[in-house]
Ligand binder design. Structure first.
Ligand SMILES: [Zn+2]
Length: 221
């Protein structure tokens, strides 16, 4: 249908995101809440969220909600461009960005960024103890996104976010898989955090490279 109401809903949500109402990587209110707030039906909200996901501004994580991934729609163009390449090429470039980000973060990280990284790591560890097995408190990719943020390079952050959204889409479509156990992930994240906290760029880069070699892998046919 693509009604005027749907377009208006997209404009309002886009305005909210661009104004920074919800920070990057935060979860937006759910479909029912937004429907009440915007005075439209849930299907209109769903359609608008889908449009903004296509622009790379939002990303639905099944079972966990919808997350803000970009404050502007530029990523949509970049996402389409990235999607035209092989998964192996995307994985290789993403590995390069992880290494670069870890190295820069170890040089520049401050107490505040370290506290955020520590909290993300802690939330991941605590999620593992929840009896229903759901990883509560863990925003997908948050630990890595915070390292990229600590690197203090906006271009790197934008490119990284696009590659990660592409890779997560690959996981949802069964083309990529997680190649590590939750225990391995937590141990490697802890080692990476320690190297960054110690201000050791070489160690941080080496750990990031090793981690990126197996945290996402091509799915077996
Ligand atoms: Zn990781």
């Amino acid at each position: 249908m693509g009604s005027e109401r749907a377009r208006e809903t997209v404009r309002r949500l886009q305005g909210d995101i661009m104004s920074g109402r919800w920070p990057i990587n935060s979860r937006i209110p759910n479909e029912a809440e937004l429907a009440v707030e915007l005075g439209v039906g849930r299907s209109t909200v769903r359609e608008a969220v889908r449009s903004l996901a296509h622009l790379g501004m939002l990303e639905p994580a099944p079972g966990r909600g919808t997350f803000v991934r970009s404050l502007n729609p530029v990523r949509g163009v970049l996402s389409d461009f990235v999607a035209g390449h092989s998964w192996a090429d995307v994985l290789a470039v993403r590995r390069g960005l992880e290494v670069q980000a870890a190295e820069l973060a170890a040089r520049r990280v401050d107490a505040e960024a370290l506290a955020r990284l520590g909290a993300a790591q802690q939330a991941d560890v605590e999620g593992s103890t929840h009896p229903d097995g759901v990883e509560r408190g863990r925003t997908p990719g948050q630990f890595h996104a915070l390292i990229v943020e600590a690197a203090g390079n906006r271009l790197l952050s934008e490119l990284y976010a696009v590659l990660m959204a592409t890779l997560r889409e690959g996981v949802r479509r069964g083309r990529l898989a997680s190649g590590e156990s939750a225990a391995d992930r937590r141990a490697e994240h802890a080692a990476l955090l320690a190297a960054i906290a110690a201000g050791n760029p070489a160690a941080a880069a080496a750990i990031a490279a090793r981690h990126a070699d197996h945290d996402f892998v091509l799915a077996q046919e």
